[in-house]
Design a protein around this ligand. Structure first.
Ligand code: SF4
Length: 49
């Protein structure tokens, strides 16, 4: 898996501002089509327990 920098440090997969998950899934956040990065989101996010 390539290095993925992620600032969502409240995610259980985050380690030192990098993603440690074996894979991630990114989907549209709003409609069926995204035209800006703000309209995408990581669905693999899992809150730290
Ligand atoms: S799973 Fe998504 S939100 Fe969590 S660290 Fe990886 S890229 Fe960030």
């Amino acid at each position: 898996m390539p290095n993925i920098k992620c600032t969502v440090t409240e995610c259980a997969y985050n380690s030192n501002v990098m993603c440690d998950a074996p894979m991630i899934q990114v989907n549209h956040s709003q409609s069926e089509q995204s035209s800006t990065s703000e309209e995408t989101q990581c669905d693999t996010f899992k809150p730290k327990s």
